[in-house]
Design a protein around this ligand. Structure first.
Ligand code: ZN
Length: 711
């Protein structure tokens, strides 16, 4: 790639990158990991535990039922860490010999079992305040005294001895005794709750009756309030801290509607006994444990934070995992995309369904940007990738957003009906199983008869993405539009020259035409017979491809595109017009869009490009945009105004801080105040720093502004 030429990433809204030739992180040096071998199939775990939250202690047992996958099965190796084994007994209560290692527990049997037999034994154990897997939290301002688990990716064996790898699916029961002021949540159906008044305890018996992987096992103990909801006969409950009840009611309200959406979309009825969500201090986003998702406490916030810090997408994402990840599950961490790309694509599909096409397109663009950032600043790797130090390594921006963008391309190539038919078939064929990418490729062949291995080879098994350099020329005499497309990606590291279809849209004063063409070579020239000079030529109409591109366009065409294209095209045109920022007609076109475009991202893009002109005459426009109905536009306008570093705006910024109902816009007002470098504002900023806000955005902005003034 060319290090001198800056490539505009529209997607990055609209930062500039220089592409480095070297990858900053060499992921190919990571160790190769094969799927784990095992010599038994775990069938059922009956886990019985008693908790002492005051002493951060628990004890109990796991009664394990398993079936050997070989003959002469004399010993069983279980994963177990931070657990102290007290005894192991067989089904007749006879003690069994065992050896405890750092990471394993080896149980010896007095006789050899054969392939296909079933055996049951019980491990009795205790643990005190483990470092991983299960967490005791003291009471804080933000959370009550509680216990929560993070079994993902391989930490379940820090709270019960088991075979801890996702390709083994088991059913389980969890029977937990706690002081009777606590409630207990786990996977599956609540069989019963028994109270022992004398002891002052309650015992919750949960039963997960369809098999699932150990990383999806969960437990939460706390003085939760339970908000009850439902979708028809399906119980849908929200387990939250007492102080959060009122906000949780409106934040989780859409949960049944989301489940219903996915039921219809995937044509597979929600598979589990119920759906619960619980908040925990140990989680950033969410963990999609089977039928019981744990969400970060940040999910709960006041109403005015919703515009900037909504958890709606994450709530939808974790629900989608109940199919993609929980019902069918990655066989190994090399195939993480089968969980996360499908989950991420599903949250896009929900956004588009709930908020409309424009928000959907923009959400997908955001995902592409996220991947491209990682590709430019860290590394590029194939999506299916069996080199990692830890399972967590593959949970990156190749897995979540890139895989989602690749699924969108796949849907474009397959067509809507065959694509969704395949998803349905894949779910039904492999329900309650562990799968890998080849199972998905076969599902496509089962349903459509089409072999799309070439697509997987390019986008799933190889690194990178296409980078297009596009230009067009119109010949008045022959009435031919010539479109040149050059693939300029660096192909030295296994990145291919892509074979991919793309839609070319041509708009003339009389008609709009769309034509699908196939790009197969590094350089392609396409000719289109067009009766009049085009007003606008679109490459990848519909924005189906994951790509970077440069497309040199005239001022005239950009101005037309700014008015007439879809939201992605209009935003792109607004950003491209930075090249013409000294032209009055460009400035006027952008002013019109900043004020009148119906979609916020186009208004924001226009404001940002206008900001680059630094024209004093635009100050009033930017002030007006600080009252835009969308907080992201207001935030951009405040940033642009701050860059004038004009002390005459001090009182304006103070007023915006006091009046704006968006935490992010308020934070930007403080930063802009800092940029004015007026020492008299220090006490105002110190006061502002005391204000509570989500993720401390206000305090962090105030601190930054104070430093800016004092430097
Ligand atoms: Zn996820």
């Amino acid at each position: 790639m060319n290090t001198k030429k800056s490539i505009i990433l529209l997607f990055l809204l609209f930062s500039f990158f220089y592409i480095s030739d070297a990858q900053k992180v060499d992921v190919y040096k990571r160790p190769l990991k094969y799927e784990r071998s095992r010599d038994y199939d775990a069938k059922h775990y009956r886990i019985t535990l008693t908790f002492d939250l005051d002493n951060k202690y628990f004890c109990g047992e796991n009664r394990i039922t398993l079936s050997p996958l070989k003959d002469d099965f004399k010993e069983c190796v279980l994963d177990a860490e931070e657990l102290i084994t007290d005894t192991v007994i067989d089904s007749q209560n006879q003690p069994l010999r065992f050896k405890q290692k750092d990471k394993y527990l080896i149980v010896h049997f007095p006789k050899a079992y054969s392939y296909g037999e079933t055996l049951t034994f019980t491990v009795k154990y205790h643990a005190k305040d483990p470092k991983y897997g299960l967490f005791f939290d003291d009471e804080r301002l933000t959370n009550p005294k509680m216990v929560s688990t993070v079994s993902w990716p391989e930490y379940a064996h820090h709270w019960f001895p088991c075979y801890d790898f996702p390709h083994d699916k088991v059913t389980n029961e969890l029977i937990v005794t706690v002081k009777n002021n606590y409630k207990v949540l786990s996977n599956g159906r609540l069989v019963n709750v028994k109270e022992d008044r004398k002891k002052g305890t309650k015992t919750y018996h949960w039963s997960q009756e369809q098999p699932h992987s150990t990383y999806l096992f969960m437990l939460a103990i706390g003085p939760f309030e339970i908000i009850q909801d439902s979708l028809g006969p399906l119980p849908v409950n929200y387990w939250v801290y007492k102080k959060d009840v009122e906000d949780a009611k409106w934040i989780f309200k859409k949960t049944p509607y989301m489940i219903e959406f996915f039921n219809k979309l995937f044509e597979y009825e929600y598979p589990w006994a119920k759906y619960d969500q619980v908040t925990s201090p140990r989680m950033g986003g969410g963990a999609e444990n089977t039928s019981a998702t744990v969400l970060g406490e940040q999910a709960i916030h006041d109403r005015r934070a919703e515009q900037d810090f909504s958890f709606e997408r994450i709530i939808a994402h974790e629900i989608a995992h109940q199919w993609w990840g929980d019902l069918i599950t990655l066989r190994t961490w090399a195939h993480t995309w089968l969980n996360e790309s499908f989950g991420t694509y599903s949250d896009y599909l929900y956004t588009r369904y709930d908020k409309g096409e424009d928000e959907g397109s923009f959400a997908l663009l955001g995902k592409k940007n996220q991947y491209l950032r990682e590709a430019h600043t860290r590394y590029m790797r194939p999506i299916v990738f069996d080199r990692y130090d830890h399972a967590q390594d593959n949970f990156d921006s190749h897995t979540y957003p890139k895989g989602a963008a690749v699924l969108h391309m796949l849907r474009f190539i397959m067509g809507d009906k065959p694509f969704f038919r395949t998803l349905k078939h894949f779910l039904h064929k492999h329900e309650f199983q562990a799968v890998d990418t080849h199972d998905f490729m076969i599902a496509i062949k089962d349903v459509t008869g089409q072999n799309l291995d070439w697509f997987f080879e390019q986008f799933i098994f190889k690194p990178g993405h296409p980078v297009f350099d596009i230009s067009h020329a119109w010949d008045e005499e022959s009435k031919i539009l010539e479109l040149r497309v050059v693939q300029t990606q660096d192909i030295s590291r296994g990145i291919p020259i892509y074979k991919i279809p793309v839609i070319i849209g041509i708009v003339t004063p009389k008609e709009n035409t769309s034509e699908k063409v196939w790009i197969k070579k590094k350089k392609e020239v396409f000719e289109f017979s067009v009766t009049e000079k085009p007003l606008m030529v679109r490459f990848d109409e519909g924005n189906y491809l994951l790509k970077e591109w440069t497309f040199d366009k005239s001022l005239e065409e950009l101005l037309y595109q700014l008015k007439a294209d879809d939201v992605i095209g209009r935003s792109w045109a607004a950003s491209e017009l930075a090249k013409f920022r000294n032209e009055p007609c460009a400035v006027n076109g952008l002013i019109d869009k900043a004020q009148n475009d119906k979609f916020w991202a186009v208004r924001r893009s226009a404001v940002e490009t206008l900001g680059k002109t630094k024209q004093k005459e635009l100050v009033d426009l930017f002030k007006e945009k600080c009252s835009d109905k969308n907080s992201k536009v207001r935030t951009a306008a405040l940033r642009v105004l701050g860059d004038y570093k004009n002390s005459g705006l001090v009182s304006f910024f103070r007023e915006r801080f006091e009046k704006d109902d968006s935490y992010l816009a308020q934070a930007e007002a403080l930063r802009s105040l800092g940029k004015c470098r007026d020492r008299l504002q220090l006490s105002f900023l110190k006061n502002a720093a005391k204000m509570r806000s989500p993720r401390n955005v206000i305090k962090r902005a105030a601190d930054w502004a104070i430093k800016e003034i004092q430097r």
